[in-house]
Each structure stands twice: as C-alpha cells, then as structure tokens.
Design a protein around this ligand. Sequence first.
Ligand SMILES: NC(=O)c1ccc[n+]([C@@H]2O[C@H](COP(=O)([O-])OP(=O)(O)OC[C@H]3O[C@@H](n4cnc5c(N)ncnc54)[C@H](O)[C@@H]3O)[C@@H](O)[C@H]2O)c1
Length: 330
Amino acid sequence: MNILVVGGAGYIGSHCVRQVLAAGHSVVVLDNLSYGHREAVPAGVTLVQADMADTEKVRRALREHKIDCVMHFAALINVGESVHQPERYRDNNVIRTFALLDAMQAEGVKRFVFSSTCAIFGLPEKMPMTEDLPKKPINPYGENKLEVENKLKELAAAGKIAFAAFRYFNAAGASLDGAIGEDHSPETHLIPLAIAAALGRRPPLKVFGKDYPTPDGTCLRDYIHVDDLSAAHIAVFSRLDKPGTALFYNLGVGKPYSVDEVIHSIERLTGRHVPREYVDRREGDPPALYADASKARAELGWKPKYETLDSIIATALRWHTTHPRGFATK
Ligand SMILES: NC(=O)c1ccc[n+]([C@@H]2O[C@H](COP(=O)([O-])OP(=O)(O)OC[C@H]3O[C@@H](n4cnc5c(N)ncnc54)[C@H](O)[C@@H]3O)[C@@H](O)[C@H]2O)c1
C-alpha cells in the first residue's frame, strides 16, 4: 500500500514511518514541521512540507503518490497549553483534521488511522480502562480528540471511510538502534524530563503529588513503547478494506507504574540520582490511568514487545545519551 503519514516528522509518526517501510509499504510524509524534525524522516522518503489544512498540497500528495491510506499523527499535544489556548487547539486538532478528511474524500481515499488518546475518557471510575467507558474529557486536548472520533464515526456510518482510532496511553522509548527518539520542545513528558535531570541537563524534576491513594503516593500511568504503538498501526491495515468500518482500540501495556518507579528505573539504569522535588498535585491528574488492551490483542493479534518499564526506558536512555541536544535542527 501507499501510505501518507501526516505528522510523520514527529515523535510517534517517525517511528511508525520506519515500521511501515519495514513491512514493505511505501510512505510519503506530510508535516508542517511546526514541531517535527526533518532528520526524523528517513533518507529516501518524500517529505511534503505542508500544513494538513493546505488542501491543494494535500490533494496533490494524495493524487500523485496514489495514496491508499492516511495515518494521522499531526496535533498539538500539550494538555496544559490546550487549557490556555483552546481556540488554537481546536483549530489545529479539529478544524484542520476535518480539512484533511475533506481532501481525502475529494481524492477518493477511504482508509484512515487516527492517533487518539486516553484523555478522551477524562477521570474514569474503572481500571483497567476498556473501550466502552464513558467519554468525558476534562481538557480541550481530550475534547478535540473526541470531536474527531465522533466525526469519523459519522463518516463511516455514511460509508465514506473505514477507520481505526487508537487511544494511546503514555508513549515512551525510542527506536532500538538509537537513531530517532523523543524530542519535544517544550518537553512535558516524565521520562525524558527525568533522564535529563539525571544527566544534569535540566533542573530537578518536579513530581506532582505524593499523597495519591497509590502504593507509593505518586500517580500510576501506563507506558507503552512507540514501536509497539506503531506495530498496532501495521496490524490494522488489512481491516480497513470496507468503507463503513469503525474500529476503536485502547493501546497500553496494561501494567501501571508510578512516577517514583519511573525515577527508580532511571536511577538503576544510569547509576545516577534523579534530582527531584515533590510538589502539590496538578489539577486534573487522576491517581491512576491504565489500559485494558485485550481488544487489540484479540482482534489484531497485537502484543507489546516491551512489557517492562526498564526495557522501555533503556531505549529512551540510549537516544538521550547519544543525542544530548535531540535532533540537530530546532
Ligand atoms: N506522545 C504521547 O504520549 C501521546 C499520547 C496520546 C496521544 N498522542 C497523539 O499522538 C500523535 C503524535 O504525538 P507525538 O508525541 O508524536 O507529537 P509530535 O508533536 O512529536 O508530532 C506531531 C507532528 O505533527 C506535526 N503537525 C502538527 N500540526 C500540524 C498541521 N496542522 N499540519 C501538518 N503537520 C502538523 C508537527 O510538526 C509534528 O511533527 C498526536 O496526535 C498526539 O495527540 C500522543
């Protein structure tokens, strides 16, 4: 198949590009490089530098490269920022996604894979989290993703597309060969921040809350390796042949780890202390979030390769130690 990876110069998209190539498909990346990195796109892969709402360029890319399927990773991803800039987030994450979907329909491209998030569930009452839990996002970022999911349902019901929406839990890790990894700016994710603190490249890590009803008082989250997320994308292609198909999967390992456990893993693997400061809880952070991914396991035959926190963090460490400043261009 010919795949257009929108947001393919970003963290998760660039890992997926490599797996799609390895699975024998051909890939074109479309990214406006607002947050992505040109070097994250493999040599030989066409990079169309464009916004996903630039209908003319998107339609040309779909047509000229005879695209069969669009994988959509492009979004603004900073939850805290979305609270302060809700219009900017809705414009980029919803309105521009709708423009991308319109362009696909105009060119007759019907297969779509969407990067959704566990944030659509808000503060769930039940753990582990299954797909059918109520969707009650508590921030604009989560609302944006839910709005897109609902639009996709509508389009599929009208027979216009076949789609899969993956609700990722906490993406982490880097490619096994250490060539690409996580380089967000600003960085808000725990693992890169804690590694940078351990290596003396950042101020002490702030740990938000030590009084949660969890075994060590810090929040529990489900860390899933980017290559395992990517593998699910490859596994879902063959199920998107029939317009009308609407698939939803929660993607996590299903084993929660606390913030302190992440810190201890980094200390074990680096032999260094993670300087840190325990501060008050952050508003809207649930004590625990972890997936029941049995639907993806059963239906897609998908299984995470990285099931322990140490194995995920080891790959992130390799990337951060060999690329102290991340990608060269910023
Ligand atoms: N990182 C996580 O833990 C996580 C968790 C849940 C869901 N997600 C979702 O996964 C996807 C990828 O996340 P990521 O961590 O790789 O983010 P990222 O910021 O590294 O990658 C996003 C890419 O999209 C591009 N982009 C943004 N807006 C665009 C636009 N209008 N037109 C063209 N390109 C645009 C950026 O330049 C960037 O390269 C996002 O949709 C995010 O919401 C991520």
